[in-house]
Design a protein around this ligand. Structure first.
Ligand code: OFO
Length: 189
């Protein structure tokens, strides 16, 4: 007689499983995405307390996105016959010394994430795991976008300076930024 549990086990046995090396690399990335989420969340809370309401909204949203990046990895590892591990996450910074420093730290963090993702792509090729290689392309594109967004925000902060009216407009623009790049007036001129 048909039994759904039997079907599940047959499927598990038939899948093209991830190698240990790829599984470990993806599990390390779960940690990094979790750290990203906490990092953005901490920055959001700091920004809210400084009165940068729009910046806080942008960062709260982004913290959720990073959590989704983490979940995507958890589901993928398990789907490919591996075991996703949910790690402890260390405490993120809580003080940011101002918007420029905060977004400089954020850009540095994203550059580190990009380097790690490139490392996983390399491991996939070494292991001839073309399925995971394909899966990781989404993260590669995402990192290009996130780094560009962080750079755009920093350029805008530099142009704005510490002038109150400019900071107000910057904060309001950031509230509506849903990804992609923030407009930088006269950038590069
Ligand atoms: Fe997950 O993209 Fe940023 O870190």
């Amino acid at each position: 007689m048909f039994h759904p549990f039997l079907l599940f086990n047959l499927n598990k046995n038939n899948i093209d499983m991830v190698s240990k090396k790829v599984e470990e690399a993806l599990n390390r990335q779960i940690l990094l995405e979790g750290e990203s989420s906490q990092f953005y969340l901490s920055m959001a809370s700091w920004a809210e307390n400084q009165g940068y309401v729009g910046t806080a909204e942008f960062l709260y949203r982004h913290a959720d996105e990073e959590r989704q990046h983490m979940l995507k990895l958890v589901r993928y590892i398990n789907e490919r016959g591996g075991a996703a591990k949910i790690p402890a996450i260390s405490e993120p910074p809580v003080e940011f010394e101002g918007l420029t420093k905060a977004f400089e730290n954020l850009l540095k963090h994203e550059q580190k994430v990009t380097a790690e993702i490139n490392g996983i792509v390399f491991t996939c090729l070494e292991e001839k795991d073309y399925t995971t290689h394909n899966f990781m392309q989404w993260y590669v594109s995402e990192q290009i976008e996130e780094e560009a967004t962080a750079r755009g925000i920093l350029d805008r902060i530099k142009l704005t300076g510490s002038e109150k009216g400019g900071l107000y407009l910057f904060d309001r623009d950031l509230e509506n930024l849903t990804g992609g790049s923030i407009s930088v007036p006269n950038a590069g001129k």
